[in-house]
Design a protein. Structure first.
Length: 143
């Protein structure tokens, strides 16, 4: 049941990304270009995501266990650490340069965009390389 719910949720999310224009790199870069030809329409996409998520968090806070079983994940570390800052900068740089972030990159595979496929492959390579890079950086700091 959990896999079916995940599949349906992911499909709905992907369809929403495509309808909203989040898979259109020109629209995303237009949103990020606040000092140029700024396109504010993605603010409605964010509002459309924030409102139901805020409701879902309120419902989840009242539950002891998730509706489909398992356990809720531990709350994230509230401190602002190096990993969060470096990860955020890399995420933002990739988003600004490519006009895609991970969700829209996966959704863009459906329409066959070469740029989205290249971004997705390099994103996966980065995810595979990240643990060893993180370990190397941690080792370099202790020496």
């Amino acid at each position: 049941m959990r896999f079916l719910a995940a599949f349906l949720s992911g499909g709905l999310f992907g369809i929403g990304l495509m309808i909203s224009g989040m898979t259109d790199t020109r629209k995303v870069i237009g949103w990020l270009d606040i000092f140029g030809d700024w396109d504010p329409t993605l603010a409605f996409v964010m509002g459309g995501a924030i409102i139901p998520m805020a409701i879902a968090w309120q419902i989840a806070a009242r539950r002891a266990t998730p509706a489909l079983g398992g356990t809720f994940p531990a709350p994230p570390e509230p401190r602002l650490g190096r990993n969060l800052v470096v990860g955020s900068v890399l995420f933002g740089a990739g988003w600004g340069l490519a006009g895609l972030c991970p969700g829209p990159a996966i959704a863009s595979i459906v329409w066959g965009g070469v740029g989205g496929a290249v971004f997705l492959v390099t994103m996966i390579l980065g995810m595979v390389a990240a643990p060893s890079i993180k370990q190397s950086l941690a080792g370099a700091q202790t020496t």
